[in-house]
Design a protein around this ligand. Structure first.
Ligand SMILES: Cc1cc2nc3c(=O)[nH]c(=O)nc-3n(C[C@H](O)[C@H](O)[C@H](O)COP(=O)(O)OP(=O)(O)OC[C@H]3O[C@@H](n4cnc5c(N)ncnc54)[C@H](O)[C@@H]3O)c2cc1C
Length: 347
């Protein structure tokens, strides 16, 4: 038997959850505070496990039509010397398919189009949820997919876990320049990454202790190997996105509450972007939650939520912990020690 669900937030986690619930026969509504889908954002890395979850949600083929493989990448010094390889070849060998990259707007479009095709899902834009209890009274299930500053989390799980800054600013963008110098360049307390995203363009990201303006950001990478200065010089800073790197701290003791509420994605375990797993973990959460709900049905919703929590919480929190630790390693000022360790890895 199916029930009625309210999903708060139309990001990757919320849209993927709505697809899974609708496929399980549930009545689904989504409330999104923005007035339309925010069609900005750069590229998401999508690991093979998350690609398999997209397959199970029925959007795998559409995903592959817009995504590009990420096969070869190196970690370099600011002078351009390769220190080690990112483990992309190993990932592909093990999983039988490569890591993929897709632009955020494309992924959102694919998920929205699938919801449209499934039919009977109401997506209401311009509705900022404030009263979670009222929504819980009206629906069998409320899913908090409302990002790092989740109101669902605050209302149902308390304020004990909250976003915490890590003293680093990230800038991201997509340049209309194609390069084959993919991977990351690690300097002292800062790093710069470049990945493919679509023909003729390069997805880039930079992390520095502080940079309020584009010129300050450029200053951190003066003298670094090409095409880093070129990307920063030749692309329009008005298209760049700046944000403070944060994660949810401390980790939540549960992702579910009282047989009624579940958290997915950043609402449950916002993490630093170092491992490139923010979108992947949101997709894995959405697929695991909706698979459990389909298996147990509305009459055993409590069991479904507990099964979801058991499958996803430790795993997502391990990734978040790993990402935070990787950040410390990447952004260290003891570069000699870090680079010596990197040289021990396969080049
Ligand atoms: C505009 C935007 C651009 C981004 N760009 C990038 C990027 O380029 N690269 C990258 O790695 N990550 C980016 N992210 C983060 C990335 O999308 C997430 O880390 C990841 O996909 C997890 O998704 P999520 O659905 O859990 O959270 P989010 O993607 O944050 O989605 C949460 C959604 O909930 C909505 N919401 C929040 N509060 C309420 C409320 N009270 N009522 C109703 N709706 C609410 C938000 O508007 C948002 O649409 C971006 C996020 C946003 C919102």
């Amino acid at each position: 038997m199916a029930g009625s669900a309210l999903v708060v937030g139309a990001g990757v986690g919320g849209l993927a959850t709505a697809i899974g619930l609708r496929r399980a026969g549930w009545q689904v509504s989504i409330l999104e505070r923005r007035t339309e889908v925010e069609r900005y954002g750069t590229a998401f890395g999508i690991h093979p496990t998350a690609q398999a979850a997209l397959d199970r949600l029925g959007v795998g083929e559409k995903f592959l039509a817009r995504a590009v493989p990420y096969r070869t990448a190196r970690i370099r010094t600011p002078e351009g010397k390769a220190l080690a390889a990112l483990p992309l070849e190993r990932i592909e060998r093990k999983a039988g398919r490569p890591e993929m990259l897709i632009s955020r707007p494309y992924l959102l479009d694919i998920l929205l189009a699938e919801l449209d095709a499934l039919g009977d899902v109401t997506v209401t834009f311009g509705r900022q949820v404030t009263d979670v209890e009222a929504l819980a009274a009206e629906h069998d299930l409320v899913v908090g997919a409302d990002g790092i500053r989740s109101v669902v989390r605050a209302a149902r799980f308390g304020a004990g876990s909250a976003p915490r800054g890590i003293g680093t600013v990230a800038w991201i963008g997509i340049a209309d320049i194609e390069t084959h110098v993919h991977g990351e360049t690690w300097g002292e307390g800062r790093f710069f990454g470049m990945t493919p995203v679509e023909p003729g363009r390069t997805n880039w990201y930079a992390a520095v202790p502080e940079a309020a303006t584009a010129d300050e950001l450029r200053g951190y990478f003066t003298g670094w190997h090409e095409p880093i200065p070129r990307i920063l010089a030749e692309t329009d800073p008005s298209t760049w996105i700046r944000y403070e790197m944060r994660h949810l701290y401390p980790a939540l003791p549960t992702f579910v509450d009282q047989e009624k509420v579940a958290l997915v994605g950043d609402a449950a375990h916002a993490m630093t972007p170092n491992l490139g797993q923010g979108a992947c973990t949101a997709i894995l959460d959405a697929e695991a939650l909706t698979r459990a709900i389909a298996a147990y049905g509305v009459t055993r919703l409590g069991s479904a939520l507990r099964a979801y929590d058991a499958e996803r919480r430790r795993s997502a929190q391990r990734v978040a912990f790993g990402s935070r630790n990787l950040h410390r390693f990447m952004a260290t000022r003891r570069t000699w020690l870090r680079d010596s360790l990197l040289r021990l890895l396969p080049a």
